[in-house]
Write a protein that binds this ligand. Structure first.
Ligand code: B12
Ligand code: SF4
Length: 443
């Protein structure tokens, strides 16, 4: 088909002056499904960073990429019939809104479609009015129906991404991008997702509502081979929950890990997709020991979330603090310099209890988690502590959105702590977090 579709990634807004840019997996999948002329424009990787002149009150917010006026100009030059805008996380909704407003003032004959987890997870009634008027794809991750009419070929979970979309940019991503918390453990790294969804119970997480779906082994193998042939030496496994919950899932994923090593990948990273329970499985620990002994570099993200069992229970995390400690002891035994650990912890946890009453984490629990974070850091683990935030798709989102209706998306997503955290305690905690999350630890 001859329809001309332009897909764009919009400038990044961040509370940190260190940019995190993720290669456009979304566009690579979308382009593989489509039967029309697709162009891709990445507004994040050009122009470096400029301090944001933006409606966010806190002056420390940064914007990376093309100024919106220039982006509009580049869109005009390409004269697409359809413009597909990606909203990766909901913090980007403010920028998406401003872009759509600018485009509508330009009066271009343009069909605008927005998509991506940052908008698909937000109930329509909470979207800014100008975005509500646009077409929105409600798909999450690959292989789900888009719910917008475009010339699709298929949206099968086994579709292989069109790697041309980001191959031309890979040098640039490597130069300025911290895909996850730092540079990959071995470079170059490539990202792959082997399953989608989790089926877990964690209240703060939008993926708990996504039914777990597995790609076929042959399509995963094809993609891994394509990555290997393109010179990728390290795989970053991006699944929501790579090992899954059932023993049979763990078994099949451990066998996949064996294939990764057999294919000659020198590094494997689990940035976000493991659970404490599945990591304690002897099959996984056995694979890890062998991989490290054989010279593979492994980086694991530890979703510990809290040092307080009361808080873990509140957010319906299936693990307990003791299990985290036991896991750390096991990892300690394997540690030979090739294993890198990174922990994720939340403070200021808020959740509805089983009778629907809003419960806020006690200061004593917060202190326990901060203490734990410091111990982890001293043990050489990269630590990320952040405020529990009302991510769209999670249970608390409607509550916080209605409580703070005027809060810009960036702030709502990252910094609005429960009311009791305003004031001196909040300032003190922010200072502690800044010290613990010290970026100089990052590679
Ligand atoms: C990789 C990843 C990252 C990367 C990159 C994120 C990015 N900006 O692209 C990194 C590590 C940087 C990251 C960071 C964070 N992330 Co993240 N991340 C993911 C993850 C694991 C995979 C995303 C992905 O690439 N999927 C694969 C592609 C193929 O799928 P896709 O993007 O959904 O695209 C498909 C469809 O959505 C659709 N589509 C997408 N765009 C468009 C556009 C159009 C026009 C159309 C028609 C269709 C369409 O088609 C695509 C192909 O099928 C998701 C979990 C998930 N399962 O989605 C979380 C997720 C997106 N992240 C999330 C969060 C909360 C964060 C953080 C805020 C975490 C934190 N506390 O710091 C930060 C934000 C940093 C930032 N400013 O971007 C949430 C988002 C919730 C929300 N509503 O905002 C998710 C859903 C995880 C979760 N369960 O909580 N993340
Ligand atoms: S936090 Fe992890 S384990 Fe919990 S529901 Fe989300 S993806 Fe699943």
């Amino acid at each position: 088909m001859n329809t001309k579709l332009l897909l764009i990634d919009i400038p990044v807004i961040s509370g940190s002056d260190q940019i995190r840019i993720y290669p456009p997996h979304w566009a690579a999948y979308l382009s593989a499904y489509l039967e029309c002329r697709v162009e891709y424009l990445d507004a994040r990787v050009e122009h470096g960073s400029v301090l944001l002149e933006h409606h966010v009150k806190d002056a420390s917010w940064f914007s990376f990429g093309l100024p919106l006026s220039e982006l509009v100009e580049r869109i005009r030059l390409r004269s697409p019939e359809i413009l597909g805008i990606h909203v990766g996380v909901s913090a980007e909704l403010g920028v998406a809104e401003r872009l759509v407003d600018l485009l509508s003032r330009e009066k271009m004959a343009l069909r605008i479609i927005l998509g991506g987890p940052g908008i698909a997870t937000v109930p329509r009634k909470y979207l800014p009015p100008s975005l509500r008027k646009c077409e929105i794809s409600t798909a999450l991750s690959f292989g789900s129906p888009m719910n917008v009419s475009l010339p699709w070929r298929s949206y099968s979970i086994d579709t292989l991404p069109d790697r041309e979309i980001f191959s031309g940019y890979s040098e640039r991503y490597r130069e300025i991008g911290r895909f996850h918390s730092g540079r990959p453990i071995v470079e170059p790294a490539g990202q792959i997702t082997t399953s989608v969804g989790c089926g877990g119970t964690c209240l703060f997480c939008p993926s708990r509502n996504m039914i777990r779906r597995e790609r076929s082994g042959s399509s995963v193998m094809k993609e891994m081979l394509a990555l290997r042939c393109s010179g990728v030496r390290c795989l970053q496994l991006e699944d929501d929950n790579f090992l899954g919950w059932a023993e049979a899932d763990v078994r099949s994923k451990v066998s996949l890990l064996g294939q990764i090593i057999d294919l000659g990948f020198e590094g494997v990273e689990f940035p976000n997709g493991l659970t404490v329970r599945s990591m304690r499985n002897p099959l996984f620990l056995g694979w890890l020991e062998e991989a490290l002994r054989g010279g593979t570099y492994v980086r694991i993200g530890l979703p510990f979330e809290s040092a307080s069992d009361e808080s873990l229970r509140l957010i319906r995390k299936p693990h307990r603090h003791d299990e985290c400690l036991e896991l750390l002891r096991k990892f300690g035994a394997y540690k030979e310099g090739r294993l890198q650990l990174e922990a994720f912890l939340q403070i200021g946890i808020a959740a509805f209890d089983t009778s629907g009453v809003l419960v806020l984490e006690k200061e004593s629990s917060i202190r326990e988690t901060i203490r734990f974070a410091k111990e982890l850091k001293e043990a050489g683990i990269v630590v990320n502590v952040f405020f529990n935030s009302p991510v769209p798709g999670s249970e608390l989102f409607p509550f916080w959105r209605e409580k703070y209706p005027d809060e810009p998306w960036e702030r709502l997503l990252y910094t609005v702590p429960p009311a009791y955290l305003d004031g001196i305690l909040a300032q003190e905690l922010r200072a502690e977090m800044r010290e613990i999350n010290d970026h100089s630890q990052r590679i």
